[in-house]
Design a protein around this ligand. Structure first.
Ligand code: MN
Length: 250
């Protein structure tokens, strides 16, 4: 087959050219290769790996947004926490809800940085967990609570989207869950988390522009609507049971 032999020929020629050029390339590249990318600062905090590929939530959330959001934005909160934890090692050994629920116990010099970065770490850890390709529908106890406390699934999603749209600037729209299982829609600015008010997030959507801007630009309402296709309702059901049992982490 002529086309095959042509490919072989060009492949071999390219290989020979690479070998011939190798010594010069090696010399030329050695100085540039030396300063390797700085490793992530070692410390007690780490970005949890996604349970699905970056493109798994397309077309609702694009792969590039997921990659930047997970690796860079969440990565920055974690890197900042590890820096803070160097001088404040107790930060890395405390349960996150204990710290976020008692921010006033922290020294003034780290209070706001912990609020923002540990709040961001908690929010995003929840966020990756409650999404999955394929979405689904709420059922069982969670659906019963949505019916009872939030006026049914359709009204709940409409109200949640409206609350997320009203959040001025950066922040989150959550469904909070009380110890008795009661649900409520609540927003928070920046990286605040309901744990800071003694509540728990059952689920939440990130309405920072970094969560949607590459694909949706200024159309936050479209993002909020599409996001429901990504919600992992079986994980939400686990979180609901854990919240009622008092064992939900972040
Ligand atoms: Mn975010």
């Amino acid at each position: 087959m002529p086309s095959l032999s042509r490919r072989h020929f060009f492949g071999a020629a390219a290989g020979m050219a690479a070998i011939a050029a190798a010594p010069r390339l090696a010399f030329a590249q050695a100085p540039a290769a030396a300063p390797a990318a700085a490793p992530a600062p070692a410390g007690p905090f780490a970005v949890p790996p996604l349970a699905y590929p970056f493109n798994a939530l397309e077309p609702h959330i694009d792969a590039k947004t997921m990659e930047i959001h997970h690796d860079k934005h969440h990565g920055a909160y974690v890197a900042n926490l590890n820096t803070i934890a160097k001088a404040n090692p107790q930060l890395g050994t405390s349960a996150i809800p204990d710290v976020l629920g008692n921010l006033n116990a922290l020294n003034d010099d780290i209070k706001f940085a912990v609020r923002n970065n540990l709040g961001g770490h908690a929010n995003h850890t929840m966020f990756w967990e409650i999404m999955a390709p394929g979405g689904g529908k709420p059922e069982g106890e969670v659906l019963a609570a949505i019916d009872k406390d939030l006026g049914g699934l359709e009204k709940f999603q409409t109200d949640f989207n409206a609350a997320g749209g009203r959040q001025f600037g950066s922040g989150w729209v959550f469904v909070t869950v009380a110890k008795d299982g009661k649900l409520a829609i609540e927003t928070r600015p920046n990286q605040d988390n309901p744990i800071m008010d003694g509540k728990r997030a059952l689920l939440g959507n990130d309405v920072w522009e970094h969560a949607y801007y590459l694909n949706y630009q200024n159309r936050r309402a479209d993002y909020l609507k599409a996001w429901w296709n990504t919600v992992n309702w079986s994980k939400v059901a686990e979180r609901y049971a854990a919240a009622k049992a008092g064992t939900l982490g972040v």
